[in-house]
Design a protein around this ligand. Structure first.
Ligand code: UFG
Length: 327
């Protein structure tokens, strides 16, 4: 299939691109490279540097590459930033997504995968969180994804547009080949920050609060290997012709911040000093996914569910790329 991957130079998009290319799909990556890295794009994928805000550029890509399906990763993704700059999120994230969707609909493309988020579940009634859970966006970021999910729902009703909304919990790790991994600037995610301490690039990791109602007082998150996320995209794409769908994607297992740091100590052999700081505003105490639905419906089976393996792959990437893709 000819697949347009927006944000295919970013962390998750580049690893999904790698998997698509490996199985013989023809991929065109569309990325403005604000956050993405040109060298993260698989050499067998076509690359167009462009911005989703430019509706004409988006339309042009569909024409040139005869696109049959779209995977939409390109997005602003920081919860904290969205609390300071809501228009970037409920504004730009949404209008950029609409430009893409309009171009797809106009070209008759009917297959679409949306990167969505666990930030839809700010006040869950049950843990683990399944797809029946009430949606309460935790930030303008989460709200932007909820709006796009709703737009997709209506495009399906109106145009027979087939979509999968994949709500990632905490994407982590690196491609097992060691070629692609996480390189954000600024970095805000726990595992890469902890590994920066092991690399000597930071003195200590700050734990954002240790007075949460969890087993050791620190926040619990569900870390899912980025390659397993990639497989979920491929399974969802292949199932689209049977109907639209929404899945929560995680391991179904939660680890505290302290447990993650301890795992990083074991994997790296570095003492990794940690200090306790204030809570980060907007952090829920616990987020764990139920991914039973995608396991049952599509046979998704995470290959790397173990936190140790996730950290080992992340460490292999960071050790060989201490300055990310600049290396
Ligand atoms: N944390 C620290 N210290 C740090 C960085 C993070 O203690 O220096 C903690 C956070 O408070 C949180 C956990 O580590 O409890 C994980 O934090 P991340 O920033 O790595 O990830 P989040 O769970 O905050 O965010 C992830 C995705 C978002 C998504 C969100 C859904 O990265 O895109 O889950 O809630 F929106």
């Amino acid at each position: 299939m000819n697949i347009l991957v927006t944000g295919g130079a970013g962390y998750i998009g580049s690893i999904v691109t790698e998997e698509l290319v490996k199985r013989g799909d023809r991929v065109v990556v569309f990325d403005n490279l604000y956050y993405g890295h040109r060298s993260a794009v698989h050499p067998q994928a076509a690359f167009v540097q462009g911005d989703l805000a430019d509706a004409d550029a988006v339309k042009a890509v569909f024409g040139v590459y005869d696109v049959e399906a779209v995977m939409h990763f390109a997005s602003y993704t920081l919860v904290g930033e969205s609390m300071e700059k809501p228009f970037m999120y409920v504004g730009d994230n949404v209008t950029n997504g609409l430009n893409l969707l309009r171009a797809a609909v106009e070209r008759g493309v009917r297959r679409f995968i949306l990167s969505s988020t666990a930030n839809l579940f700010d006040d869950p009634a049950r843990m683990p969180i399944d797809e029946e859970e009430r949606i309460v966006p935790g930030s303008p970021y989460g709200e932007s994804k909820r709006i796009l999910e709703r737009v997709l729902y209506w495009l399906d009703r109106v145009h027979g547009f087939r979509y999968a909304a994949l709500r990632y919990f905490n994407a982590a790790g690196a491609s097992p080949t060691g070629e692609r991994g996480e390189d954000h600037d600024p970095e805000t995610h726990l595992i890469p920050l902890v590994l920066q301490v092991a690399l000597g690039q930071r003195e200590a990791i700050t734990i954002f609060g240790d007075d949460y109602p969890t087993r050791d007082g620190t926040c619990v998150r569900d870390y899912v290997h980025v390659s397993d996320l990639a497989q979920a995209h491929i399974l969802a794409l292949d199932a689209l012709d049977e109907g639209s769908r929404t899945y929560n994607l995680g391991n179904g297992q939660g680890f505290t911040v302290k447990e993650v740091i301890e795992t990083c100590r074991q994997v790296t052999g570095h003492p990794i000093p940690a200090k306790v700081g204030a809570r980060r505003p907007g952090d829920p105490a616990t987020l764990i996914a139920s991914s039973d639905k995608i396991r049952r419906e599509l046979g998704w089976q995470p290959k790397y569910p173990d936190l140790n393996t996730i950290v080992e792959h992340a460490w292999a990437w960071h050790r060989t790329h201490p300055h990310g893709y600049e290396d």
